[in-house]
Design a binder for this molecule. Structure first.
Ligand SMILES: [Zn+2]
Length: 281
């Protein structure tokens, strides 16, 4: 894990503090941003025309935080984060320059072109229905934050495939590994990494038996290919509780846990996001 840079700028005359986890961020990583300012209303943030919500920072007065997920496919260049808020009925803008740099993810050459694996019409419809359904959930931001303290990991076993590995076919990037794979024989207990509400608990075509937890404020974790699910949609779950057992359901070559993380709908490196959030919890 790369060291997180902490940059703190305090402009004394305005008593305005901005804290940014890093001004250089790798693709598929997340930025944490916090502002401290008295008597402001409606703080907002924009990056590359995308609006991102600020939330009250837990247990701190006049503090607001935002998580900025950078997509895997984000163009590597310099950007400006624009923060705005209302103060004395006037709208105030602040710009923060950042740069998206290459995460240098490893490549794996795929011999079978996955796009040429023909799905039946019925399965195709199922896959797209499941995708739409999940995206609708991921793009929903729950104002309540269920998290009270640091994240844990779903398993402590060996990581067998890192997040972000490029899948190259015929010399061109086809896709990437969208989660972190943990070694887990069928029946291994999988822990909830933090408190939240179960928003998906069902069998899906690719992911098999899947549990997705909403941790609040746009943060979601996912646990796939399970052999058993201990919770159903709508249940509340606490950190460390056994959400289910690992397995090999869905489209897999062998049993393992595929662990994924989304922030504001964007798929990000789960381990970087956890390490980042744990710095502030
Ligand atoms: Zn995986």
């Amino acid at each position: 894990m790369k060291k997180i840079l902490l940059l703190l700028f305090i402009i004394n005359q305005f008593l305005f503090a901005i804290e940014v986890s890093s001004k250089k961020v790798e693709n598929a990583n997340t930025i944490f941003l916090k502002i401290v300012k008295k008597n402001i209303k409606n703080p907002k943030l924009t990056l590359d025309k995308h609006n991102i919500n600020f939330f009250a920072f837990p247990n701190e007065k006049n503090s607001y935080y935002a998580l900025i997920p950078i997509s895997y496919y984000k163009k590597l260049k310099k950007y400006k984060i624009i923060i705005s808020y209302i103060e004395d009925r006037k709208k105030v803008f602040k710009g923060i320059p950042i740069e998206v740099i290459d995460g240098n993810y490893k490549s794996e050459v795929i011999n079978v072109d996955s796009s040429k694996v023909i799905l039946s019409k019925k399965n195709k419809q199922r896959v797209s229905k499941e995708y739409e359904e999940a995206m609708k959930i991921y793009k929903t931001t729950t104002p309540k934050l269920y998290i009270k303290d640091k994240f844990i990991y779903p398993l402590e076993t060996k990581i067998t495939s890192d997040f972000g590995k490029k899948r190259v076919y015929n010399g061109s990037l086809k896709s990437y590994h969208s989660g972190t794979d943990y070694r887990a024989k069928v029946g291994t207990k999988i822990k909830a990494i933090n408190n939240g509400k179960v928003v998906i608990a069902k069998h899906r075509f690719y992911a098999g038996n899947s549990i997705v937890i909403d941790h609040g404020n746009g943060i979601y974790s996912g646990y796939y290919h399970l052999s058993k699910m201990n919770y159903k949609k709508g249940d509340y779950i606490k950190k460390g509780e056994i959400l289910g057992l690992s397995g090999n359901t869905g489209r897999v070559t062998g049993p393992h846990l595929h662990f994924s993380f989304r922030i504001h709908g964007i798929q990000v490196d789960p381990l970087q996001a956890i390490s980042l959030l744990n710095n502030y919890l």
